[in-house]
Design a protein around this ligand. Structure first.
Ligand code: C5P
Length: 319
């Protein structure tokens, strides 16, 4: 059976990946670049209901608020937005769309459906212009990794992609989440362009995710997976899904678990082919997807045809 079919059924192991991806996974496990020391138990066999409760109870969006060293010493309380991401929309959003950047969304004609949501989340440099028919044109929030802020090709400060939306940036920190160590040696130095952008656009909500939040999500993925997962942060996609579950009453995720249009085309906006974009190499993407598959409350037919998963917002989960 194909990997796609197995993903739909939630029945994949890393052994089914091609040898190159398996080798990459092993290498990340032995390198353990971020010093992960998992203290929990793997393979807790929670039902989908129990999983929701667990997520609701434990997942708390945390951003850098300038109150902890070294940020406190560096005067970051005046750099970060006055209201934290938690408090920005006290009543939250209604229905939200999370639009993955996968090549599989091409020729989907999902644009109108996506734009009908109260809030739309996109990732990194994924454009809407020229792709409206398939991905829509509304963007409420963008999650960006630290390379977007630092790689000159993205023109972060000038590019209109990063204007008039809520921005949420992140960078892989050590598993210990020691902010001093991270500040001195981020993966890519997002701190300088962050402060620069904040000064230029003081009214635009723009946050940096707290490393503790990112690694808490990683712990949850590992606890619910039998195999040892890559000791690297979850993908932006998974981070985004959990942020929207915290902020929305219902979340519709598009082309995370691939539809019948599954392709090795990495992004809809870029001519680059690599199965790792969909199945994971650095990120524990395969395991993230299996977890989301377990939680899917949508129709099987929507999954096959639209790559659409439906998840309840935390506020609609009764503990
Ligand atoms: O590549 P990038 O991180 O910008 O893409 C945004 C997110 O979309 C990824 O973090 C991943 O979760 C998801 N994605 C995917 N399959 C792809 C490309 C992206 O699931 N082929």
């Amino acid at each position: 059976k194909s990997i796609l079919y197995r993903l739909w059924k939630g029945d994949v192991s890393s052994k089914m990946l091609n040898p190159r991806l398996q080798k990459a996974m092993k290498d990340y496990l032995s390198t353990n670049k971020h010093g992960v020391r998992f203290r929990g138990k793997r393979n807790s066999k929670l039902s989908s209901e129990q999983l929701f409760c667990e997520l609701k109870a434990r997942v708390n969006i945390r951003t850098i608020d300038g109150k902890e060293a070294p940020f406190s010493v560096l005067g970051w309380e005046k750099h970060v937005p006055q209201f934290s991401l938690n408090k920005l929309y006290p009543h939250g959003f209604g229905n939200c769309a999370v639009v993955m950047s996968a090549g599989a969304i091409l020729n989907s004609s999902l644009g109108d459906e996506i734009d009908s949501h109260d809030a739309v989340l996109r990732f990194n440099s994924a454009p809407t212009r020229g792709y409206e028919k398939d991905v829509g044109n509304k963007t409420t929030m963008r999650i960006i990794n630290s390379q977007i802020l630092t790689n000159p090709n993205h023109h972060f400060i000038e590019n209109s992609l990063y204007k008039d939306v809520i921005l949420v940036a992140w960078d892989p920190a050590p598993y210990s989440a020691n902010l001093n160590v991270w500040y001195k040696k981020p993966d890519y130095n997002l701190f300088t362009p962050y402060v620069q952008h904040r000064r230029k656009n003081p009214n635009q909500p723009f946050y940096i995710l707290h490393p503790k939040f990112i690694w808490q999500l990683w712990d949850i993925i590992q606890e619910n997976t039998k195999e040892k997962i890559q000791p690297n942060p979850p993908s932006s996609g998974f981070i985004g899904i959990l942020i929207m579950m915290s902020m929305c009453s219902e979340v519709h995720v598009y082309e995370y678990i691939p539809s019948v249009r599954q392709t090795d085309l990495c992004h809809y906006h870029e001519l680059y082919y690599d199965a790792a974009c969909t199945l994971g190499a650095y990120h524990p993407l395969l395991y993230e997807k299996l977890l989301v598959q377990r939680m899917n409350r949508g129709f099987q037919d929507d999954l096959y045809r639209k790559g659409k998963v439906i998840l309840p917002g935390f506020r609609n989960i009764v503990l």
